[in-house]
Design a binder for this molecule. Sequence first.
Ligand SMILES: [Zn+2]
Ligand SMILES: [Zn+2]
Length: 142
Amino acid sequence: MTADFETQLRAVSLRVTQPRLAVLAALRDHPHVDTDTVIALVRADLPTVSHQAVYDVLRALTTSRLVRRIQPAGATARYELRVRDNHHHVVCRSCGAIADVDCAVGHAPCLTASDDHGFVIDEAEVVYWGTCPDCVTRSEGI
Ligand SMILES: [Zn+2]
Ligand SMILES: [Zn+2]
């Protein structure tokens, strides 16, 4: 799996470094985590990596599109490895839990905007808002 990450980094002309591999591994095991969580996960393996280094790694990986950054309204940015498949997210209004939702209609049809206003569209992002099962259970218990 680490070999995969090395191949992916080289494919986008990024040098293979321990912090980059550690961030990719953290996101593989923990999708949709925020920056603070990534820092904590990386430092569990590499205690000497600075906050700034993790910020820089996340920016480089996001810019090269190995990592997708999502930012639901009012929430902190989250990161994940699932890229380029145009999947969507469901977000809990109460606790901020996030889950993946495959594209609703099949193969990236959400890219077909009803009116593209002349833009060249390469991504569609849908956020479904609601209440997660845990929060529903908790509120029913009150
Ligand atoms: Zn919830
Ligand atoms: Zn996702």
